[in-house]
Ligand binder design. Structure first.
Ligand code: GLN
Length: 281
């Protein structure tokens, strides 16, 4: 390495210094590898390779975007979920680690090697649908969204990941299912109350409102799904819904009112109520 050359190691160290340690190292590495057109593994293998000035300029432009609050996932156009690599755009919610609980609970209800029919309502990037399709190659997964732009992102992910057992349907919640019946319906619908102060903070400011909020108490989408789902489930089929930490009792009551049995709620790793579900009688 020649003295004074720009290197990945040098840029990372300078960024850590300039931010006074406030920049998350993993985020900064993601931004640098994106600016350089490589993955993070490349950074470690080539930390001391000389870079050109244009690379440093590009990296600083990405740091500035991040400094205005733009989510890293939108800047780099990627987010990992269930160890799969998803393309994401501002047309879709950024997949969250806590949603992996919904995938786990769904997998517990689908035996390996069975030809079950699964629907994922409001699929966004396709994260849940494609994780299930990956784990259960013999299942047929129908991923729906009201947003055509979101379906384009989800379709692109299915193609890039090479999953042939996923199909897509456009429409609101169960309306997208026409007259079909499923063994399992899952959804991570919008569930934040329209006036929730969190909407003005962090990544949520940049995400599609329709994927986040649902009426005054946040439960409008869940009410619509729970009401319509029984007509789209096989006898004994399951409905599983992600929701806010303080909505468990409300969602269980809705499920029971709609005739679901074996209604229960699972907690996430932090012990908060996160996913409720029930079985069609
Ligand atoms: N879990 C997300 C959040 O609170 C919200 C996602 C959703 O509404 N489905 O940031």
């Amino acid at each position: 390495m020649s003295v004074g050359a720009i290197t990945a190691r040098g840029l990372l160290a300078a960024t850590a210094d300039e931010s006074g340690g406030s920049a998350a190292p993993r985020e900064v590495e993601l931004l640098l590898s994106h600016a350089l057109g490589h993955d993070r593994a490349w950074l470690y293998a080539h930390a001391d390779d000389p870079l050109v000035a244009a690379d440093a300029v590009q990296f600083h432009a990405l740091l500035l975007r991040r400094a205005t609050g733009e989510p890293v996932a939108y800047i780099v156009g990627r987010r990992e979920f269930w160890s799969l690599d998803f393309a994401v755009t501002p047309d879709v919610l950024i997949p969250r680690p806590e949603t992996e609980l919904l995938v786990e609970l769904a997998l517990r209800r689908i035996a390996q090697n069975t030809q079950v029919e699964i629907a994922d309502l409001g699929t966004g990037s396709g994260a849940i649908a494609l994780a299930l399709a990956h784990e259960r190659p013999r299942a047929r997964v129908t991923a729906t969204d009201a947003s055509v732009a979101a379906l384009t992102v989800a379709r692109g992910n299915a193609q890039r990941l090479g999953f042939g057992n996923v199909e897509f349907a456009q429409g609101d919640w169960c309306a997208a299912l026409a007259d079909r019946k499923f063994d399992l319906i899952v959804s991570n619908p919008p569930y934040i109350a329209a006036t929730d102060a969190h909407l003005g903070r962090g990544d949520l400011r940049f995400e599609p409102r329709a994927a986040l909020t649902s009426g005054a108490d946040g439960l409008d989408a869940i009410r619509a799904i729970v009401r319509a789902a029984p007509a789209h489930l096989q006898p004994g089929g399951w409905l599983l819904l992600e929701h806010g930490h303080d909505q468990g009792a409300g969602v269980r009551a809705l499920l029971e009112k709609s005739g679901f049995v074996e209604v229960s709620t699972a907690r996430d790793l932090e012990g908060r109520e996160r996913v409720s579900g029930g079985r069609s009688a």
